[in-house]
Write a protein that binds this ligand. Structure first.
Ligand code: AMP
Length: 442
């Protein structure tokens, strides 16, 4: 199927051709025709599938020709984070470049008065995060009575971030006679409930089984001691051909600490988290996209859905506590048909084993366990004596998963029940007793 077959006008076709798109992605093929017929849509789709264009292109087609009144936008796209909202706004600018449609972007961290001025001029499309929208609504800067199309994007992430009450408030202010499009990567029961309440006879579109990671990402798992994660990460970055990478941490304070550590080691690195002012977040992301920054340490919230082409690696410096975050994280690489690589660094003796099990249940497969040892022997400091194995070397996969392989304690530590002494705790998995010199600086 071609874009021409989808019923889009020539200016839209020209704009998407200039983006370099030649054929519609599967979700675009499935979603654009029913949206153009003003049907409600329930889309189960991950980012990276072309989902944004699947709703923006028909929205431009539907809204084109009409005119918004001051403070009364004609359509509303809700996004969970500022970054996603800005990205959707950028896409809208690209796809709508030959149409005179106005957009307003309402996100936290930006000047309220500037946003109010844009709303005063009349917005055909309002792209907003829930908190800032309600804030401006309460100030009387925006009215939602003229909304004809409502898009709730990344609904499961809205749920994770506690936005559902805000969404319900917003919906109560939007006219009941409207077209509603709801997109979610997964379908937890709360989102199913929301969809049942909001959508009328929706066209259901499922792009991939819930939470299945892309086939183009080669995944690996590495077990180490909690206090060795930095060194393992450092070694991996040096051993792998890392063009650029997202490094995920679970906590903001770990992002800051890791950022300082990697910077001091001379890496071209930046941090991205929710507490940074918007302008700085935007600037950081743009530098990463422009390849001016090689390593970006970030939180799930800041990086969710961020679309950067050609990211070679994702490192989970922390194992995500929610299994679906794993799928979202590693989906930052291996995009648009390119090969991607993900490494998850798990710590022994904390909850990581439980989290890994939950991830493997969700993705219906085991993440191949690897060690640093093989690559280290080949590429690093020459060894006088052979490296002692802390546990059997596996390149990937497992020969006998029934044995102790799923239990990193059993596998890497000969006597896990015994109280571990300092020496044992400081061992690096895969190095045995021959810990290289560059690990001893701690
Ligand atoms: P999304 O799932 O909306 O985050 O889109 C993922 C990436 O796919 C973005 O970089 C889009 O620019 C790109 N994209 C969207 N539609 C197409 C298409 N039909 N052909 C090629 N790339 C596309």
């Amino acid at each position: 199927m071609n874009f021409e077959d989808l019923g889009l006008n020539p200016e839209i076709l020209k704009a998407i051709a200039e983006c370099g798109y030649t054929t519609p992605t599967p979700i675009q093929e499935k979603a654009i025709p029913p949206i153009l017929m003003t049907r409600d849509v329930l889309g189960l789709a991950q980012t990276g599938t072309g989902k944004t264009a699947s709703f923006i292109l028909p929205m431009i087609e539907i809204l084109y020709g009409g005119r918004a009144k001051a403070r009364m936008p004609r359509s509303l796209i809700l996004e969970p984070t500022r970054e996603l909202a800005s990205q959707v706004a950028d896409n809208f600018d690209q796809y709508g470049k030959y149409h005179k449609l106005n957009k307003a972007l309402l996100v936290g961290g930006e000047s309220v008065s500037d946003q109010t001025k844009i709303l005063d001029r009349g917005a055909d499309v309002l792209i907003a995060t829930p908190g800032r929208l309600l804030d401006l609504f309460d100030r009387g800067a925006v009215l939602l009575n003229d909304i004809k199309i409502l898009v709730i994007d990344e609904a499961d992430r809205m749920l994770d971030m506690g936005f559902i009450p805000d969404i319900e408030k917003i919906i109560s202010r939007v006219p009941p006679m409207r077209q509603t499009l709801l997109f979610s990567a997964t379908m937890p029961k709360e989102i199913k409930g929301l969809a049942d309440k909001l959508l009328s006879n929706p066209k259901e579109i499922t792009m991939a089984p819930a939470a299945s990671p892309s086939e183009t990402v080669r995944q690996s798992l590495i077990w180490t001691a909690g206090n060795r994660k930095r060194e393992v990460l450092d070694t991996l970055i040096r051993q792998e051909k890392v063009k650029n990478a997202f490094i995920f941490c679970n906590r903001k304070r770990d992002i800051d600490g890791l950022f300082r550590w990697l910077k001091q080691k001379g890496y071209n690195v930046a941090a991205l988290h929710g507490d940074m002012v918007q302008s700085k977040r935007y600037e950081t992301l743009e530098s990463f996209k422009a390849d001016d920054i090689r390593l970006l340490i970030c939180s799930d919230v800041a990086a969710r859905g961020i679309d950067v082409a050609g990211v070679s690696h994702v490192f989970n410096y922390d194992v995500p506590m929610h299994a679906d975050d794993y799928v979202h994280r590693i989906g930052r690489t291996g995009r648009a048909g390119l090969q991607g690589r993900s490494w998850t660094i798990a710590a022994r003796g904390v909850d990581d084993e439980k989290f890994i099990k939950a991830i493997e249940r969700l993705i219906h497969k085991e993440i191949p366990v690897e060690t640093l040892e093989t690559n280290y022997r080949e590429q690093s400091v020459p060894q006088k004596e052979p490296v002692k194995k802390a546990f059997p070397v596996e390149k990937s996969g497992r020969k006998n998963p029934e044995k102790s392989e799923r239990n990193p304690e059993k596998r890497a530590m000969p006597a896990p029940e015994k109280k571990r002494d300092k020496v044992n705790d400081d061992k690096v998995v895969g190095f045995g007793d021959d810990v290289p010199g560059f690990f001893s600086h701690r």
